[in-house]
Design a binder for this molecule. Structure first.
Ligand SMILES: C[S@@+](CC[C@H](N)C(=O)[O-])C[C@H]1O[C@@H](n2cnc3c(N)ncnc32)[C@H](O)[C@@H]1O
Length: 242
């Protein structure tokens, strides 16, 4: 009999921000394939009897290709195991959870999605930035900073009255800000960059669309980091100068 795969979100890295459902499936798993960005949740894994496999993929130091991960999910499930595929934040927010679900469906493997709190919302919130606020823009857009120039509609993004939350954008921050300014977004728009949210190394830099790239370089901000572009940044909890 074939097993089951749980596609699970670990949340933003704090143990107490893991869902009860996620903890329940972690406890009963036979195998856990986990990513790097799971923070303190790793401590729960050590308390289980499950086989633990770190399939974390870092840019430039790929440990496992997606095809290899898919193959492992399939093999373990076919062997009748309860498999947890644990990912940082939410699996369906720039987490390749969708691709894995597609693969499992195609191969007739039973699966279940267990949501996690996405860093896209929680990390800005942690430093006092609600991604929406009634006083400001009526929309929020989540984008990847790794998308090609051609596929991203910068003109629409620049014109939309929305908070823009960028994941995986640090290495392209200059290009992202330039594209938005070139397409008409106000260069004075407030921007916040939060590095390693919810960890002891958390760092926050605030600025404007026209100067944030320079500030980020000066402060030596490194990934993972979230970029928040929009007036909601004015609500920041501390007194950081924009
Ligand atoms: C591959 S995406 C995964 C996102 C994840 N599925 C989620 O919902 O949070 C990785 C990106 O998420 C963001 N990220 C994840 N955890 C973060 C954290 N603790 N602090 C800052 N950014 C984080 C960064 O932009 C990072 O490059």
């Amino acid at each position: 009999m074939s097993g089951k795969v749980y596609i699970v979100g670990a949340g933003p890295g704090k143990k107490d921000l893991l869902t009860l459902k996620a903890l329940e499936v972690i406890k009963k798993a036979d195998v856990i394939l986990y990513d790097d960005l799971i923070g303190e949740v790793a401590e729960f894994l050590k308390e289980t009897n499950a086989e633990l496999i770190n399939v974390g993929k870092r840019r430039g130091a790929h440990k496992f290709e997606q095809e290899e991960i898919n193959r492992m999910l399939l093999e373990y499930a076919k062997a009748g195991k309860i498999v947890v595929r644990l990912k940082g934040g939410d699996p369906f927010v720039f987490g390749r959870g969708g691709e894995e679900v597609e693969f499992l469906k195609k191969n007739g493997i039973e699966f279940e999605y267990v949501p996690g709190i996405s860093s896209a919302i929680a990390v800005p919130g942690k430093v006092g930035i609600p991604v929406t606020h009634r006083k400001y823009d009526p929309a929020v857009v989540f984008i990847t900073g790794q998308e090609s120039r051609e596929r991203m509609n910068w003109e629409a993004l620049a014109k939309l009255n929305a908070t823009i939350v960028v994941l995986m954008g640090l290495s392209n921050i200059e290009m992202i800000c330039k594209n938005l300014i070139d397409h008409g977004k106000d260069p004075e728009t407030p921007v916040a960059v939060i590095e390693k949210g919810y960890s002891d190394e958390e760092k926050l830099v605030v600025g404007k669309l026209c100067d944030i790239a320079e500030k980020v370089a000066l402060e030596r901000i490194s990934p993972p980091a979230i970029i928040v572009i929009g007036r909601v940044v004015e609500l920041i909890a501390n007194n950081s100068k924009i």
